[in-house]
Design a protein around this ligand. Structure first.
Ligand code: S3P
Length: 161
């Protein structure tokens, strides 16, 4: 299973709960990238730019796409062509976690560990709007997560049965 969606959509939380319930390994891509590159995500953005970050992200996604782990992607993974192709072509189920922009933004504004969340709100909203159709293009299921974590988990468990 691959979880996709904008920053703040709850991918990591949902992946961890599902990992426990389904007894599956969970891969949090940002953590793997930081380990692989030996630096934090903001450091990678500072030193190599977003494109440098996307290349690490692709390498990590490529490696784990051959495992049966639950993969929690970073919100922008779908925007890098090679990563998009992996997500589009995989036979894993791809779940898109979505919510209104205002809710997502309230969870990520001021978070210094997310370089792209520190931009002016109009920019972050533009990013969200530009990504929606890409998430929809490569998902098997879209979930509105605003009813809460338990509802989201139940919808995914039902879908996977
Ligand atoms: C990004 C989302 C982040 C992280 C990086 C870039 C994005 O992951 O990969 O800061 O482009 O939306 P989360 O979606 O887990 O916050």
């Amino acid at each position: 299973m691959i979880l996709i969606g904008f920053m703040g959509s709850g991918k990591t939380t949902v992946a961890n709960v599902l990992g426990e319930r389904l007894k599956r390994k969970v891969v949090e891509m940002d953590e793997e990238i930081a380990q692989y590159a030996g630096r934090s995500i903001p450091q990678i953005f500072n030193e190599e730019g977003e494109n440098g970050f996307r290349k690490y992200e692709y390498e990590v996604l490529k490696d784990f796409s051959h495992t049966d782990a639950i993969i929690s992607t970073g919100g922008g993974a779908v925007t890098f062509d090679d990563s998009f192709k992996i997500i589009k072509a995989t036979d894993k189920k791809v779940i898109f976690l979505n919510a209104d922009f205002e809710l997502l933004y309230s969870r990520i504004s001021g978070d210094s560990s997310r370089p792209l969340a520190g931009q002016p709100v109009e920019e972050v909203k533009r990013l969200y709007n530009s990504r929606i159709s890409i998430y929809r293009d490569c998902c098997d299921l879209e979930i509105d997560t605003s009813p809460g974590l338990e509802e989201t988990i139940q919808k995914i468990v039902d879908f996977m049965e």
